[in-house]
Design a protein around this ligand. Sequence first.
Ligand SMILES: Cc1cc2nc3c(=O)[nH]c(=O)nc-3n(C[C@H](O)[C@H](O)[C@H](O)COP(=O)(O)OP(=O)(O)OC[C@H]3O[C@@H](n4cnc5c(N)ncnc54)[C@H](O)[C@@H]3O)c2cc1C
Length: 308
Amino acid sequence: MSLVDSAIVRLLPAVPRPVVRRISGRYIAGESLADAVRVVRRLNVEGKMATIDVLGEEVADPAEAEKIANAYRETFEAIEREGLDSNVSVKLTGLGLNVRHDVCRENLEAVVRHAAERGNFVRIDMEDSSTTDETLALYRELREAGLDNVGVVLQARLKRTLADVQALADLKPNVRLCKGIYLEPAEIAYRDFDSIRGSFVQILEALLELGSYVGIATHDEWLVEQGERLVAERGLGREEYEFQMLLGVRPPLGNEIVRGGHRLRIYTPFGRDWYEYSLRRLQENPKIAGYIAADTVGRLIPGRNGSS
Ligand SMILES: Cc1cc2nc3c(=O)[nH]c(=O)nc-3n(C[C@H](O)[C@H](O)[C@H](O)COP(=O)(O)OP(=O)(O)OC[C@H]3O[C@@H](n4cnc5c(N)ncnc54)[C@H](O)[C@@H]3O)c2cc1C
């Protein structure tokens, strides 16, 4: 990312919300469950699976957390009714992690049980490092309670992650491996591009060694190639791992992955609480400065963006 772009990333919180909404539209299915259903149907037609995320995080009110848990119940019903190939992803701070451990645990368990009743699966997203211990502890609690239709996320950016893999080994965890979006202090996280890539490969090797099912979540071509190499070296069948990408990010690379014979799952968020998620996606978009400029020009010179 150029210097100008990284300055713009720091200024993103000052960008007016309507502008953020317009330029981040492609990362989000829409505000309603019907929008998510429409997008997932299209992805399925393209040979891609999905994981639906009900947007909402850092919830401080127990009633709000319960509302999000209920939205997942409706999501499972829609997935079943529409015959979609999709599971769901949840954020624990959306289910009440910041309210109380037991509130979050109850909501999470309800979502995982609803999924189990419908033969579906729940992925627990990983948030910033202040939540890692509790997230892994809740994952273990559910697995030890006999719930196997649940998986977790590990972040290559964190120096602790290889040790976490070993600590989870007895559960043979189902893991989504990603670089990690949250900027963390240098004492606990790798900061440079190559170290994060190196860590990703090491962790992927360790997980495959355990026999874990891994969702290899990246838009980094080099890491996709490493993933392809490692699963081929182990002779894994296409049902024994998957690639994962975010809605709206590098669809042509996703199409290549599918053409290569791999399974690909697209993270598909929907809901009214789109702001924080959108900011994170824009932070990672190498063309962010151009998009903001184009949006501004489009509004100053009516007609440029199709309006008149
Ligand atoms: C399915 C999925 C689930 C995820 N879940 C989590 C999670 O639970 N917790 C967590 O911390 N992180 C999560 N992430 C985010 C992840 O940690 C990274 O921040 C993100 O994927 C970018 O890393 P990358 O591997 O794609 O590599 P990068 O080097 O960041 O990106 C590779 C290339 O992809 C393109 N690109 C990447 N992002 C964008 C964008 N937003 N817009 C346009 N182009 C882009 C660029 O061309 C870039 O050069 C998830 C990612 C995926 C794919």
